[in-house]
Design a protein around this ligand. Structure first.
Ligand code: GDD
Ligand code: MN
Length: 377
């Protein structure tokens, strides 16, 4: 397995050599792994890059990308891109240079990749994970971005820790499907954005509990400084864009449903005018709508999680079952409604049950069962 470690650096002269040594010594213990180490440095004034250049004489697997100071996001985009397009890595592992995420945990991430997961995130928010030493300000910042924005506003539910850098990502069929060149994040909103882009590839996510500790050497670059406002505004913007992108899925789903409804009505009408039993006619119409809904949703609404091949059959059966559920819901709602308010109210109750019950019900089932992103839980 060809692994590319990506380390963004800005003034990390106390840390970078030790980081490279540790990654290389861990790799040596695993005969089936090779490691490249990409350092993305923004011309650190402290001379981080000259330390890296010295190490390049000792290690042939160290790559230095130097660029102007643009923020963590831009540095990571450049590093990911280099790992995928130039080094043709199988797995990329970004990490900070400062040992807040313990680099010795990286084999635990790889292990899950070897088990078949595609994006394995080092996490502070699953059982066994923790943070040591954050003050109230750092905590508040993290809760606003991680819980309020990433989880609630953006609606990224594949993982619980959206903010960290340390993770392992499979390239083939996953990261190579993400259009990195279209990502414009300058700051830490990159972390949320990349998780979202990865989720759209249908990747399987896993969170490994780890401890996030304090920095021993050097200073943190993220926090209340001149980039703070820019980064927060970008984070809010990113969260809203993700929410908007997700709502496009809902709009397509809604349109597909409307087409299905019209189709069902048309087919039923056509058949009823022929000499067929009206009950049978409506049933045929319903199956027509089901086929249309399933096909349009698979190739349009949920095209990013398209079902292919032999699974189409079992999923189509599941879809029929879900649709039967929708019919039962409507039957029950119209039945009870007309029982209380009289038969002439059937149409109101049908529309109400579709809008209030069937649309949310089907959307939930499609997202979580039919076109679900596979997860570990
Ligand atoms: N090239 C480059 N350019 N590297 C940068 C820049 C930049 O503008 N800003 C920060 N870095 C590097 C740092 O040198 C370090 O290796 C890493 O990115 C993380 O920066 P820290 O200064 O240590 O920030 P932190 O401890 O607050 O980072 C935490 O929050 C980030 C955002 O949520 C960690 O959880 C990170 O993993 C996380 O990405
Ligand atoms: Mn740090």
């Amino acid at each position: 397995m060809k692994i590319a470690h990506i380390i963004p650096t800005y003034n990390e002269k106390e840390n970078i050599a030790k980081m490279i040594d540790i990654i290389n010594s861990i790799t040596e213990r695993h005969s089936t792994w090779t490691s490249d180490i990409i350092v993305v440095d923004d011309y650190s004034p402290d001379g981080t890059s000259s330390i890296v250049k010295k190490l390049q004489k000792k290690y042939k697997n160290v790559f230095l990308l130097s660029k102007k100071k643009e923020g963590l996001g831009k540095a990571l985009i450049k590093g990911y891109d280099y790992a995928v397009k130039t080094l043709h890595a199988d797995v990329v592992i970004p990490n900070d240079a400062d040992f807040q995420w313990n680099p010795e945990d990286f084999p635990k991430l790889i292990e899950r990749i070897e088990n078949g997961f595609d994006v394995v995130v080092a996490s502070r928010h699953v059982k066994g994970g923790k943070v040591i030493g954050w003050n109230w300000f750092r905590n508040l910042n993290h809760n606003v971005s991680n819980t309020l924005l990433a989880w609630w506003v953006a609606g990224v539910h594949e993982v619980k820790d959206h903010a960290g850098n340390f993770k392992a990502i499979r390239v083939k069929g996953v990261l190579d499907k993400v259009r990195l060149q279209n990502m414009k994040n300058a700051g830490f909103s990159f972390q949320l954005h990349i998780l979202y882009e990865l989720s759209k590839t249908g990747a399987r996510f896993y969170e490994v509990p780890v401890t996030f500790k304090e920095r021993e050497y050097g200073k943190s670059k993220i926090g209340f400084n001149k980039y703070y406002l820019r980064d927060i505004v970008e984070y809010i913007k990113s969260s809203l864009l993700i929410r908007y992108d997700r709502s496009r899925v809902f709009s397509k789903y809604f349109l597909v449903g409307a087409v299905g409804f019209i189709l069902q009505t048309l087919i039923s009408k056509l058949i009823i005018t022929g000499r067929i039993n009206p009950g049978l006619a409506v049933a045929i119409g319903a199956e027509g709508a089901i086929i249309s809904n399933f096909t349009l949703n698979n190739y349009w609404t949920f095209s990013h999680k398209k079902i292919n091949g032999i699974r189409l059959l079992s999923k189509f059966l599941q879809f029929n079952l879900a649709s039967a559920g929708a019919i039962l819901i409507q039957g029950f709602a119209v039945g009870t409604g007309t029982y209380v308010y009289g038969n002439q109210t059937w149409f109101i109750f049908m529309v109400l049950s579709i809008v209030l019950l069937v649309i949310p019900y089907s959307y939930f089932i499609y997202n979580n069962f039919i076109w679900k992103s596979p997860k570990n839980k």
